[in-house]
Write a protein that binds this ligand. Structure first.
Ligand SMILES: [Zn+2]
Length: 135
């Protein structure tokens, strides 16, 4: 694990931003694979929540395929991302309650005409901001 936070390469930030913008006003979600603390691939996952404007639930089959692909390539799960199209880049109480993985949670939200992303660790029911490094 990268002690300085999570490292995101420009192409992966661009891919996530395009995905969250495309899905708005529905929440978008996906997985970021990594190696040595840096992103190597983004997997957009369909949001199958009953009310995708308010929640996200990853399509289980697509999620399973992404995990299997990461395993096959020797990658780790680096981060889980989703968007708050009508909110802030801060985890909701539901996000904290449902955080199931000890990885970085990236949350995207619109600010003006662009989208910003923030990183958090949510294990143990606590919200801890995590620095994002860019490349
Ligand atoms: Zn959320």
């Amino acid at each position: 694990m990268n002690p300085h936070g999570v490292g995101l390469r420009r192409e992966h930030v661009t891919a996530m931003r395009a995905h969250v913008a495309r899905e708005a006003p529905r929440e978008a979600c996906g997985l970021v694979a990594g190696r040595d603390g840096w992103s190597v691939h983004v997997y957009p996952i369909p949001n199958v929540a009953a009310h995708p404007e308010q929640r996200y639930r990853m399509d289980p089959t697509a999620q399973w395929r992404a995990f299997r692909d990461m395993d096959a390539r020797g990658w780790d799960l680096l981060a889980i991302y989703h968007s708050h199209p009508c909110g802030y880049p801060y985890p909701s109480s539901i996000d904290v309650a449902e955080a199931a993985y000890p990885v970085v949670y990236l949350i995207w939200a619109p600010v003006g005409s662009t989208w910003v992303v923030r990183g958090y660790r949510l294990d143990g029911g606590r919200v801890r901001p995590v620095p994002i490094r860019w490349e």
